[in-house]
Design a protein. Sequence first.
Length: 266
Amino acid sequence: MPIPEDVTGREIDKDVQQELQSLPKGLAEEVAKNLVMVANLIDDDPEQAYAYSRIALRLASRVAAVREAAGFAAYATQKYSEALAEFRAARRMTGSVELWPVMADCERGLGRPEKALDMAGAPEVQKLDKPGQVEMRLVAAGARRDLGQIDAAIVTLQGPELGSNSVQPWTARLRYAYADALLAAGREDESREWFAKVIESDKDGSTDASDRLAELDGVEFVDVLQDDDTVAAPVSEPEVDDVTPVQEDEDDEDDEEDEAGDDGKV
């Protein structure tokens, strides 16, 4: 697949570059370029990112970073079974628990929320860093909602991180999940309060909390261009005769007839 000339492969993290050093130099550069393309496209064009990840996987399937990238590309395209297999392979290679939350979310994607909850209670969770633990809590709450246990989902999301004044990269997502769960439970006033807190912490506008809050406040957004067949005709400027004072002369009657004719124009 085509790779832009400005993509050199050196854009990837140093840890990944170090992993690729086990490959011949030319091959390492080719794999690195494809991994850069995966990273560049995964948010806006996940299908293309997936295609690049398959090339990297074909070239270097024994590199953990490649298996992880392939897993995330498959996850982004909702190929959960494939993503889970890649994440498991990466975990076997590294021994790290970092991918545990996303592996649990793959179980949810495969329609196995009970398995995701089992993973949420596994010893591996205690080895996760704070962002990983918060991510695991989000996955567990989602699994509870999958099972119709909305009150349990709300309790799962509660914790010191939820109300902390310190804004972290995961703060907006945690508060959004909590606000959404409250709304699903019919606790609209509390939900509104938490959607407002999401906006406070969502500096990048990564959520649609503003729209959700507007809906709760009864604000309706109307697309003025949604009805193309009813576009109003522009108002024409008055013609010269319409703004010219009527001269007081012997041709007054003729002038009045002319003006009447002008008024009848479309």
